[in-house]
Design a protein around this ligand. Structure first.
Ligand code: A3P
Length: 321
């Protein structure tokens, strides 16, 4: 059995290394129309066999840099509010742990939060992935609920550039040339992208199966986080009670998960985690926050180019960023 496992692994590696790549982004492979980091693709393709979904599982899904960390914090604080009430003085996990440690990824695995950890989590589990909807195993789609967040493409691009640039510099590799990354973005070569197809797939699913997929926008979370939290709670089957409303629980949770609050947590200020051999400072996850920062980093011409791709991609759909 061992020998056949090794052969299967070799075959899988051979299959993945045979998929198309791009010379300026060699760690991504094009798989069924999406550009997936090679190492994550191994995990995604094996999910059907390795992951046993539970009917109570809730997933947080997104493109990288669309607001994943924040959405994880919001979902975690809502789902675990009986155990960790924001109204008592008991320390809340989000005040000592990073949201990614409370809500592990299944695909972009951060070291230590592996398969065994996910298996050991009590129900209801909150998990997460960047995987496009069409690449999810049927077992997850049929069994679980998914909360998706999208973000305006120009801001997502800007956030990605700032993040990867700092990440590379912190690991003494090299800085990332914004023009080069921009050309890749416009050529739709983006980790887990194209962003537009990624969002469209979840959008269509949310329209067809609104009890299975809740579609959110980063911008509406910024605009009215309490309103979004109420929608999330209803979707997850744990609506805020009248008593909770009158005690201001929603507002407390909103405050707990706010940019300023999470950024100030000691662990988020000073610690790092490891991802694919690189040290990631947790502070990089809280850069600026908010809407429209692209104007400070992209030229108007770059903005127009992304807008015209967006317009073309969304033509014929009811999705608007
Ligand atoms: P900026 O780079 O524009 O500041 P992700 O979590 O998917 O990696 O997304 C990161 C983006 O979300 C960053 O955007 C980050 O600052 C922002 N962010 C993180 N926590 C946030 C919070 N609590 N509220 C609002 N934005 C947040």
């Amino acid at each position: 059995a061992n020998e056949s496992n090794i052969t299967a692994m070799e075959e899988e590696e051979r299959f993945i290394s045979g998929l198309p790549s791009h010379k300026d982004s060699p760690s991504l492979r094009n798989y069924k129309q999406f550009w997936i980091p090679e190492k994550d693709l191994v995990r995604i393709r094996s999910l059907e066999k390795t992951f046993a979904p539970r009917p109570t599982d809730v997933f947080v899904a997104s493109m990288p840099k669309a607001g994943t960390t924040w959405l994880k914090a919001l979902a975690f604080s809502i789902l675990c509010r009986k155990e960790y009430s924001p109204l008592t003085s008991a320390p809340h996990p989000l005040l000592s742990l990073n949201p990614h440690e409370c809500v592990p990824f299944l695909d972009a695995v951060i070291r230590g939060l592996d398969h065994a950890f996910v298996e050991s989590m009590p129900s209801p589990r909150l998990l997460s992935f960047h995987t496009p909807f069409s690449l999810l195993p049927a077992s997850i789609v049929d069994t679980c609920k998914i909360i998706y967040v999208c973000r305006e493409p120009k801001d997502t691009f800007t956030s990605s550039w700032k993040f990867y640039n700092s990440l590379m510099m912190n690991n003494n590799i090299y800085g990332i040339d914004i023009d080069k990354l921009f050309e890749l973005f416009c050529a739709e070569v983006q980790a887990y992208g194209p962003l537009w197809e990624h969002a469209l797939e979840y959008w269509r699913e949310s329209l067809a199966n609104s009890d299975k997929v809740l579609f959110l926008r980063y911008e509406e979370m910024i605009d009215d986080p309490a309103k979004v939290m109420r929608r999330m709670a209803i979707f997850m089957g744990c609506e805020f009670s009248e008593e909770e409303e009158s005690m201001g629980v929603v507002e407390e949770l909103t405050r707990l998960c706010s940019f300023d609050s999470l950024k100030k947590v000691e662990d988020n200020k000073n610690e790092s985690f490891f991802y694919e051999g690189m040290s990631v400072k947790k502070s990089l996850l809280y850069r600026k926050g908010g809407v429209g920062d692209w104007v400070n980093h992209l030229t108007p011409e770059m903005g127009r180019r992304i807008d015209s791709i967006t317009e073309e991609k969304l033509a014929g759909s009811s999705l608007r960023f």
